[in-house]
Design a protein around this ligand. Structure first.
Ligand SMILES: [Mg+2]
Ligand SMILES: [Zn+2]
Length: 192
């Protein structure tokens, strides 16, 4: 598990877990391998700005198996991360910390979602009350990780399952998808 911490001091006791690919930025089937392939979702920087403005600590929880698959180089991975953080800062937003799992599925680690390892590590580090905290993700594995960690999951369904409608996701799990991060944040916190 890779842990990046902007500050050991949260700005409040309010937290939000957010997946990266498909929520903050457009996902790619062939992995986001370098900064030229990274595209912020149009609504994300402003949503992050509003979260910061209201003192909500955002923690990124992201699987990045492209690292141990040998598809993403370590320098490119950290370059993407640091430029993403810079872009978020420029938009007036912030992230408190980021947790990444570099493992392949066959490594059977305890951090790759749907395992809850990264969320639990973040929770222990910042004394987060799980039952009062949401996780915004774009896959059923995000929702499962949230459930296993004892927090509440909410789905952003940007393209894959339609948007903002109640529907059946994979494996028979009924999910309610919000079309983007901004509307998911609104669904949780109301009008910020
Ligand atoms: Mg994702
Ligand atoms: Zn892992």
């Amino acid at each position: 598990m890779l842990t990046w911490i902007q500050s050991p001091r949260p700005r409040s006791d309010k937290f939000l877990f957010v997946d990266r690919d498909g929520v903050i930025n457009a996902d790619r089937e062939d992995f986001i391998k370098n900064w030229s392939e990274y595209r912020f979702c149009p609504d994300a920087p402003e949503a992050l700005r509003r979260l910061k403005q209201h003192g909500i600590n955002v923690i990124l929880i992201s699987n990045q198996s492209g690292l141990n698959r040998g598809i993403i180089s370590w320098p490119d991975f950290w370059d993407i991360h640091l430029r993403m953080v810079q872009g978020i800062h420029q938009a007036g937003g912030d992230i408190l910390a980021a947790f990444y799992c570099p493992h392949r599925p066959d490594e059977e680690c305890t951090c790759r979602k749907p395992a809850p390892g990264m969320i639990l590590a973040a929770g222990a580090l910042f004394s987060i009350r799980m039952e009062a905290t949401w996780f915004i993700g774009d896959r059923v594995s995000d929702l499962k990780a949230a459930e296993s960690a004892g927090c509440r999951g909410i789905l952003v369904a940007r393209q894959q399952w339609g948007c903002g409608r109640r529907q059946d996701g994979p494996e028979g799990i009924e999910v309610r998808g919000f079309p983007d991060l901004a509307s998911a944040v609104k669904g949780i916190f109301g009008d910020l």
